[in-house]
Write a protein that binds this ligand. Structure first.
Ligand SMILES: [Zn+2]
Length: 90
């Protein structure tokens, strides 16, 4: 399970993707407690909802999408996969 909710987790790490790359958008989580629109800023309320979705609903499968480069980070077995292909690493 994901125990750490950090900005690292929610920011895109693709090479040259350095603006408008935060936060990643959630897709296909099967839960509607997160707002459809990305918030302008990450506040406590958003983090609470995120925590709820990731830790309490136990997202098994889903994905997070970068709002800038549209890179998809799959969530598998409840763990967001933040690994990048070699050409994507800056
Ligand atoms: Zn990106």
């Amino acid at each position: 399970m994901v125990r750490l909710i950090t900005h690292n987790l929610l920011a895109c790490h693709v090479k040259n993707c350095t603006s408008n790359n935060f936060p990643l958008a959630f897709k296909d989580l099967g839960d509607t407690s997160l707002p459809a629109e990305q918030p302008d800023m990450i506040d406590d309320e958003f983090l609470q909802k995120l925590h709820h979705v990731l830790l309490e609903i136990h997202v098994e499968e889903g994905s997070m999408v970068c709002p800038n480069c549209n890179h998809v980070y799959p969530i598998s077995n409840g763990i967001p996969n933040m690994l990048l292909a070699e050409h994507e690493i800056g």
